[in-house]
Design a protein around this ligand. Structure first.
Ligand code: ZN
Length: 251
């Protein structure tokens, strides 16, 4: 029998949930499959990535699941797995969209700029408020958790989000509702939706704020165009950004 090489492992503490995870490097076969699914479109790639992240992660805490994590923790898992697999370096190609030329005859610079990024250079921005209690009245409060990535991921594939999509995300933030000493945790989705829709409008902003300020994983690089000297920054914030090896960016 041929000798078996054990995969590389790394233990990490996730920044938001504080869960302890051990991640494993991808195998050659898994990397090949990922490369193949890259051509099949974002949603399929995202699905296979999520499945792989699940496969490559074990938690110390019983019952913990990748499906229950917020986007920040999922991205950290992915980045750590890619770094361990020695595939954290990515070559990107940009097009310079700076407008150049005389005032009456401006055109886009259009120079292609190559940039090699290393996603293990990531930073986490924002303070975690996971588990925060939102006091709605003197005796009614809500325990908030960041929306799960498994709820947000399908929305990212939609072209336009409607009101119900946003409400799904805010509802997913509600872990428990307090009323004095009584705590409701086993929340029925329909009942919760009705309760949420009946909330005085002023509370909606608190939910929006909570979601908007959730910690995120970012990667920042400054890029200078060799032709026109225009300086701009590369700023990646979502899972797909971290796993796309070459792209045209205008932002
Ligand atoms: Zn340029």
């Amino acid at each position: 029998m041929l000798p078996k090489i054990l995969p590389l492992l790394k233990e990490i503490e996730l920044p938001v949930s504080k869960l302890h995870a051990t991640v494993q490097a991808f195998t050659v076969k898994e990397e090949k499959n990922l490369l193949l699914s890259k051509d099949l479109g974002d949603m399929i790639l995202e699905n296979s990535l999520l499945k792989l992240i699940e496969l490559k992660t074990t938690f110390k805490e019983e019952g913990a699941k990748v499906d229950d994590l917020c986007i920040c923790d999922v991205v950290v898992l992915l980045v750590e797995i890619l770094s361990l697999s020695k595939t954290s370096k990515q070559d990107l190609a940009f097009r310079c969209t700076n407008m150049v030329g005389p005032k009456d005859n401006q055109h886009e610079c259009g120079t292609r700029i190559a940039l090699t990024i290393d996603i293990s250079d990531y930073k986490i921005i924002g303070e975690s408020e996971d588990g925060k209690i939102l006091q709605l009245t003197d005796n009614i409060g809500v325990e908030l958790h960041y929306p799960r990535y498994s709820v947000i991921a399908p929305l990212q594939a939609k072209e336009k989000l409607d009101e119900e999509d946003y409400i799904d995300v805010y509802m997913d933030c509600i872990k428990a509702i307090y009323e004095g000493d009584e705590m409701h945790t086993d929340l029925n989705k329909d009942e919760l939706r009705e309760w949420f829709n009946e909330l005085p409008g002023e509370y909606l902003k608190m939910f929006i704020d909570f979601v908007e300020k959730m910690p995120s994983v970012v990667l920042d690089y400054d890029v200078v165009c060799p032709t026109c000297g225009n300086k701009r920054s590369f700023h990646a914030v979502n899972v797909m950004d971290f796993f796309t090896s070459s792209m045209e960016r205008n932002g």
